[in-house]
Design a protein around this ligand. Sequence first.
Ligand SMILES: *Cc1c(COP(=O)(O)O)cnc(C)c1O
Length: 420
Amino acid sequence: MTTLQDCRARDAQDPLRALRDLFTLPQGVIYLDGNSLGPLPKSAPDRIARAVQEEWGQGLIRSWNEAGWFELPQRLGDKIAMLVGAGAGEVVATDSTSINLFKVLSAALSMVAADAPERRVVISERSNFPTDLYIAESLCRERGCKLQLVEPHEIAGALGADTAVLMLTHVNYRTGAMHDMATVTRRAHEAGALMIWDLAHSAGAVEVDLRGAGADFAVGCGYKYLNGGPGAPAFAWVHPRHADRFWQPLAGWWGHAAPFAFTPDYQPAKGIARYLCGTQPILSMTALECGLDTLLAAQPHGGMAALRRKSLALTDLFIALVEERCGGHGLGLATPRAHAERGSQVCLTRDEGAYAIVQALIARGVIGDYRKGQPDILRFGFTPLYLGFEDVWNAVEHLRQVLEAQEWRRPEFNRQHAVT
Ligand SMILES: *Cc1c(COP(=O)(O)O)cnc(C)c1O
């Protein structure tokens, strides 16, 4: 049996412990939802105030050059590249995940249409995050392609001579199950298809090696594990072997080779810059940089490898404590136990009351979230930058109390909010 003292001892020996001080977290909150919205970096309010008051207020339009505004998508892209196994100059921070997915899937379909027009099927997972499927459905309709949705174990068998693109999310948002990126990418390529990865629940959460896997395209989210703030810019990566081949469809002036030449015709910029569209949200970019810097602060301590080790230790501990201390309450485990198959979250299932249990936990300051399904899911994200082993103990203790006292049956925990 694990004790509270064991958890405290592990915190005392944790080399990443001090990184918690990089964040402003409310008193009395155990935040297990960094997979949905990362917390506020302590540096962000002052940095954003400086961008507003000095760069915008005093610098005015001069700040596009003097404050480095114009290069922000690339500068932030280079920082993201360090977290996902990409090279400098291969990533841009821009737009939203949904929009970036539209751009890269469209470019991938153009590539396939030129090289192998008989390939007209996009394969994805039925349990992929819906926006990814909606974007794919709409593009397929426009291009006369077909979207084929399969279960994870059916992916390899579904790949064939008609497959244009395999488009997957690396870590499943509901279950936390993680694909083996290198193996799946190899299978897609062996079948002659292109591989797109959505890293929304991977970037900043698990080690990712896009170059090593030889993937073709990737997108990811700025406001989850990258701590960029609500609605933060997302990112796009294209393998350099493809970057200069096709226009992406949102061919705006920021992706032009010479935006300030103001020519009437479009000439795409070399490389990843062509994946930009229009003027970027500089204040949001500024906040995202603060978020990225919290992750890069782990570099001297072993970087993503060290963060991943601690994340696995936290999720292992959470699973073990739930099983030791919350048995007999009808909880199941939706997240794979094998480390290689698990992201940085743990999802519990329960036939009844999952929403209300999450609400009762939130009232106690343990913030996770709920995802509807068969069965319903209680989702807990574990971010090694600011969570410790004692936090895990306390979270499970609250869960135990909510279940034992049937606190979740109270009416105030059974009213549905708009955002779950
Ligand atoms: C969070 C998430 C998104 C979010 O897309 P937005 O365009 O930022 O709303 C997209 N895809 C996946 C897989 C996600 O987990």
